[in-house]
Unconditional design. Structure first.
Lengths: 484, 245
């Protein structure tokens, strides 16, 4: 009996340890260093026995933080300065202990510092800075004519441009927001003069830029850490804590350079670090063009077909109701019009609190987006049926449902079909934005291409997306010709 | 028999029909005539149950039209309108069989009925494979008449059935219609604005003015014994081609 209980206990603990090996999802921000840290966490957790999904370049701080809170992701890399100044803005965080306490109120844990400080800095071309005699941020005050170009997140953050400009009393004539990777192109080509730097960016050396001295000590420390959900099992946390003090500034700049300047695959670069530092060897092969293309195509088609299919199922009845029930006409057309006026990017991001990240929120956003053309064209198609036709149909003594099915909808089909065509073509385009919230598709190589300043990668997403839009258009044109 | 009792209809403040009572005995044809806007088409739509009267009632073979029996009563009336009444997306054949298919007729029943009606209306059966857009005006109206007669209804309602047909074809169709009405002894209510057509096809003529029936009787009575000055004016306002010679 005792032995039986013993076996039972072992069995249960085996079961629960199997249950513990739950799949984990890691998120990373839009820039290379964060993606690399995401790969490192993923490979370390895989080594600890967890199946891992890495949602690369999911978005900015807000999106990742909300995804972490909603459980869409379990882990993501962030920086202490960002946590205290941006995520916990409004609470005064003066020590690591205060940060740990404040984060645990959200059910979030934080690992020890990874070992490097990736602080913000303002940078300029060395020769221009020297020519103008600019060494510190304060020196910029004397040159309001310089063109400033900052990453979009920096433009918004309290520890970014709003804070810097207030602290230093800067009021330049020209300030533009743009993607961080593009800012380097901008400064190299001379289109902007001042940009925000991450101090571990390898481009600083590559483009011969100087970081201006933060003479008022405005920027806090940005020590890299991993944030994780407190529900994470202890051995998974241990797999993250492994990185505490493991990567210094030089090592991080080297990895960043390998990816950004030498165009090497980020997972492979992370894998090499894992091997040399911890002796953890894993299969990290760069994914070839063809399988990547097939995967992106499948993802893209899935997004478009599911969202369009749902829209057809919902929007045609909505259009019929709008055409038939006068009391609902304004309401239904109004709702679908309003949905359409929301910028597609905003609609996608609005879905995150409701549906988390990944394909689902993208599909819901695209579904909402494609309602209007179908609703409006169904409504218009039914309304345009000539009065004598309707009168004759009713005079035959047929019930309304049969008239709708056999007379009205068939006559309205060309109009409905052209509404579906508009939605389909539009969806192919909107779906490229899905990559921003982890939905994959042709947007993924575009996003990575922007991050790595790699035109070939951008085209790898842009060309198939354009071709697909044309194919969809052509397919519908063919069907339209057929039914006429 | 069609019995219209005290039917009134208002559109907003405008009185379209003011207490109309008319009877069309079984097997006879009544021509409704009058100037544009006198309410004759509205009256026809009320008989068909397409519009509801504000007051009064309509009975078909002493069955009073009500929401419950509206669909059934419509199937006992054939309806032909001026033009555009055929379903543009269906072939002429499918226009004819839409209602019989709904009522569950067998294909051989349908084909037999279509054969009979082709003979009756003088249409070439091969034309039925065409869509309405590929038929001439006269052919389309013959198909409309066939569709109205598919279920062999006792009552026919026609709203300017020949209004958009050119004169030669109209002349021919008027002859055909009269012989069909007589042969089938249908109860017919026909709206027209042409006195000659009204007299040729109708056993009686009801002349309407501003929502009221001014005079109702055989054409002779309207000609020789006009009830009002308006009736006299209306029946004499017909131009003969020989008038100015």
């Amino acid at each position: 009996m005792r032995a039986l209980i013993h076996i039972f206990v072992v069995f249960i603990s085996l079961l629960s340890s199997a249950a513990l090996a739950q799949p984990l999802t890691i998120g990373s921000k839009l820039y290379t260093e964060n993606v690399l840290l995401g790969h490192l966490a993923a490979q370390s957790l895989q080594d600890a026995g967890y199946p891992v999904t890495h949602n690369e370049q999911l978005g900015g701080t807000r999106i990742l933080w909300n995804a972490l809170l909603s459980g869409g992701i379990d882990v993501y890399p962030d920086y202490t300065g960002t946590i205290s100044e941006e995520i916990l803005a409004g609470q005064s965080i003066d020590s690591r202990q205060e940060m740990v306490t404040a984060l645990s109120a959200f059910g979030v844990g934080v690992t020890g510092n990874i070992g490097f400080n990736n602080t913000y800095a303002l940078g300029m071309r060395r020769e221009q800075a020297e020519a103008l005699g600019i060494e510190t941020i304060s020196d910029l005050r004397a040159h309001p004519g310089l063109r400033f170009g900052f990453s979009n997140e920096f433009m918004e953050r309290q520890d970014g441009w709003p804070g810097v400009s207030a602290e230093y009393g800067l009021a330049p004539l020209s300030v533009t927001g743009l993607d961080h990777a593009l800012a380097y192109r901008g400064i190299a080509s001379g289109n902007i003069d001042v940009l925000d730097l991450y101090s571990t960016d390898p481009e600083i050396a590559f483009y011969d830029l100087v970081a201006l001295i933060d003479d008022q000590q405005f920027f806090p420390d940005y020590d890299a850490v991993f944030l994780y959900r407190n529900t994470l099992p202890p051995d998974a946390v241990a797999a993250l804590e492994r990185f505490a003090g493991a990567i210094d500034e030089t090592a991080m700049i080297a990895m960043n350079a390998a990816v950004k300047l030498d165009q090497r695959d980020d997972a492979v670069v992370a894998g090499e670090f894992m091997d040399s530092r911890f002796g953890i060897v894993s299969e990290q092969a760069a994914i070839g063009l063809w399988p990547r293309f097939v995967q992106n195509t499948l993802d893209h088609l899935t997004l478009v077909s599911i969202s369009l299919g749902m829209a057809i199922i919902v929007a045609i009845p909505m259009g019929v109701l709008a055409a038939k029930v006068r009391a609902l006409e304004t309401l239904l057309l109004g709702i679908s019009s309003i949905l359409q006026t929301i910028p597609s990017l905003a609609l996608l991001v609005l879905m995150i609190p409701l549906f988390g990240i990944g394909a689902l929120p993208a599909i819901v956003a695209m579904f909402l987006y494609s309602l209007l053309p179908i609703v409006r064209n169904t409504h218009a198609g039914l309304r345009q049926i000539p009065a004598p036709v309707m009168e004759s149909a009713r005079a035959l003594g047929l019930p309304n449902s049969l008239i709708l099915r056999r007379i009205e909808l068939p006559i309205a089909i060309p109009s409905i079909l052209s509404g579906i065509k508009i939605s389909a073509v539009m969806n192919v385009g909107v779906a490229t934005l899905g990559a921003l919230i982890g939905a994959g598709g042709y947007g993924q190589p575009i996003l990575t291409g922007i991050r790595l300043d790699n035109t070939a990668l951008i085209l790898e997403g842009a060309i198939p997306a354009a071709v697909l839009a044309l194919l969809v258009q052509g397919l519908f044109d063919l069907v339209e010709k057929r039914i006429r | 028999m069609i019995a219209i009792q005290n039917v009134s209809k208002l559109y907003g403040q405008t009185t379209v029909l003011a207490g109309i009572s008319l009877t069309v005995p079984a097997g006879t044809t009544l021509s409704l005539i009058g100037p544009s806007g006198c309410g004759k088409s509205t009256l026809l739509r009320i008989v068909m149950g397409l519009i509801t009267a504000d007051e009064g009632q309509v009975a078909i073979d002493s069955e009073v039209m009500a929401p419950q029996n509206r669909l059934a009563l419509r199937q006992r009336m054939g309806y032909v309108i001026q033009s555009g009444g055929l379903f543009p997306h269906l072939t002429a054949h499918d226009n004819l069989t839409l209602v019989t298919r709904y009522l569950g007729w067998r294909v051989d029943q349908e084909n037999q009925r279509i054969g009979e009606l082709c003979d009756l209306t003088g249409i070439d059966e091969t034309l039925l494979a065409r869509r309405p857009g590929k038929l001439s005006g006269g052919q389309a109206q013959r198909v409309s008449l066939m569709r109205a007669l598919m279920l062999d209804p006792p009552v026919l309602l026609m709203d300017e059935p020949l209004g958009a047909i050119d004169p030669l074809v109209r002349y021919e169709l008027q002859n055909d219609l009269r012989s069909i009405f007589r042969k089938l002894s249908k109860t017919v209510l026909l709206v027209t604005h042409d006195l000659g057509e009204a007299a040729f096809l109708g056993d009686r003529i009801a002349l309407m003015q501003e929502g009221q029936v001014i005079q109702d009787g055989p054409v002779r009575e309207l000609l020789h014994n006009p009830a009002t000055a308006f009736v006299e004016q209306f029946v004499t306002a017909q131009r003969s081609p020989l008038q100015d010679l």
